[in-house]
Ligand binder design. Structure first.
Ligand SMILES: Cc1ncc(COP(=O)(O)O)c(C=O)c1O
Length: 447
């Protein structure tokens, strides 16, 4: 094979100018790895949704994310963020981020293992371990890598991880990367977990077991029945991991999360800085030997860059404030209650629990969800549109912040009311039917 002028092999796409290299070349060389990107029905839907202004994903926000945001030049009530305690704009948190940049620079340009562990990591790890009442903690660059790293490192050949069927994608992805088995049990059904564990233990050669649940589920805002799950783990010698991403700072004494609130004594806790802690990063809390094991063997910790200093400084300041300022927890839960009960009174199908800042609004189908999302945004309310497979049934995921005012929640409620009174969703559906397939499913990851 002689090289062509631009260095591509003879007979290649570059040579015959077709872009793919002609039929003979294709059959010789096999299918193009990019083909799925050019011809994909879901992607086509995504693009048409974008053209019709109905694509709820990757919206560009042009200012800070507080109780209201600037969206396309308008002031919009923000019900689509995980900034539960309202700390992303707190002057003390901003200042701590700035101080960290002044002291450590903008990045560490390396992994924690080699040159990326700062004194901020150590201080944060001590605080976090103390907060979740476990002996040690280890900070990761994101919450996602914390879960993926923990599960893929711990669940080795012969072992199994039992995940609640609604557990976060990062737990499932960790299991997929692991050499051990992934088993699912029915959402929030300890008996389903027990059946799975019993069957696992009855098999010869079954190794260790990790049970992984979210303390508060990210989309529905419901709590895991931790005491029952703990009891099942105890009966079958399994270790319990509780993902406190949506609970830390928000529930439990001093915001310590669902495990401390319920006295469930988990073996491991995962937390993230990207929600109540107003930053980016994550951590695993657990026994010192497990944390040391992760330090040495956890590839998603070893082979990625460490947190930027500003994110650590912000998370540290936010964690200190979150532990101390109980009023934020009281405010966020009371505002969520106001929103939840207001929506229910208006006839919306609302889920979630009273002790959660997440208020899911169930919508019959994907098209209705997209139309409602757009109608709300046009009238000044930002929500998250969540559709299968990220969730089982389409919904608008709303959530509140401690720093919302009651007037802002009421403003959002009056928009919901206006939409319901004028039948905006049904009218929008009728107009758009035929343009979208009813089974439209865009892949969206849970926040
Ligand atoms: C329950 C849960 N676990 C883990 C994560 C991952 O955390 P992060 O966004 O910090 O990577 C998230 C956030 O998306 C989450 O909702």
């Amino acid at each position: 094979m002689s090289p062509s002028r631009d260095g591509a092999p003879a007979g290649s796409a570059a040579e015959d100018g077709s872009g793919l290299g002609g039929a003979a070349a294709t059959s010789r060389r096999g299918p193009d790895i990019f083909a799925k990107c050019a011809r994909n029905p879901e992607l086509d839907m995504y693009r048409s949704a974008e053209q019709l202004g109905l694509n709820p994903f990757y919206r560009e926000i042009t200012g800070e994310i507080g109780p209201t945001i600037l969206y396309e030049g308008s002031d919009v009530v923000m019900l689509g963020s995980n900034n539960y305690l309202g700390l992303t704009t707190d002057p003390r948190v901003r200042e701590a981020a700035r101080d960290a940049v002044d002291r450590y620079g903008t990045g560490v340009t390396g992994s924690r293992l080699l040159n990326g562990t700062l004194s901020l990591h150590t201080e944060l790890e001590e605080l976090l371990a103390d907060w979740v009442r476990l002996p040690a903690a280890l900070v990761f660059t994101t919450g996602y890598t914390a879960n993926v790293g923990l599960v893929s490192t711990l669940v080795q050949s012969g072992d199994a991880v039992f995940c609640d069927s609604a557990a976060h994608a990062s737990l499932v992805d960790g299991a997929r990367l692991a050499d051990g088995m992934l088993r699912a049990f029915q959402h929030n059904r300890p008996n389903s977990l027990r059946r799975g564990l019993r069957s696992w233990r009855s098999q010869a050669g079954g190794g260790g077991v990790l049970v992984a649940v979210d303390g508060i589920y990210s989309m529905e805002g419901d709590w895991a029945p931790l005491p029952e799950i703990r009891a099942a783990c105890d009966d079958y010698g399994a270790r319990l991991l509780v993902d406190e991403a949506h609970a830390l700072g928000v529930v439990g004494p001093s915001g310590a999360g669902t495990a401390v609130a319920t006295g469930a004594r988990p073996d491991l806790v995962m937390g993230t800085f990207s929600k109540a802690l107003a930053s980016c990063g994550g951590f695993i809390g657990g026994p010192a030997d497990v944390i040391d094991y992760l330090r040495v063997f956890c590839r998603p910790l070893l082979f990625t860059a460490s947190n930027v200093p500003a994110s650590l400084g912000a998370a540290l300041a936010a964690a200190k404030i979150a532990r101390e300022e109980d009023w934020r927890r009281e405010a966020v839960l009371s505002l969520a209650h106001r929103l939840r009960s207001g929506l229910a009174q208006l006839g919306y199908q609302v889920g979630g629990e009273t002790s959660s800042s997440i208020v899911p609004v169930h919508v019959g189908d994907v098209l209705s969800a997209a139309v409602l999302w757009r109608a709300l945004l046009d009238r000044g309310v930002y929500t998250n549109c969540s559709i299968p497979p990220a969730v089982q049934r389409p919904m608008l995921r709303t959530s509140v912040m401690a720093t919302h005012t009651e007037a802002q929640i009421d403003r959002a409620l009056s928009v919901f009311e206006d939409i319901a009174r004028h039948g905006v969703v049904d009218a929008g559906r009728e107009r758009l039917e035929g343009l979208f397939e009813p089974e439209l499913e865009l892949d969206a990851s849970a926040p």
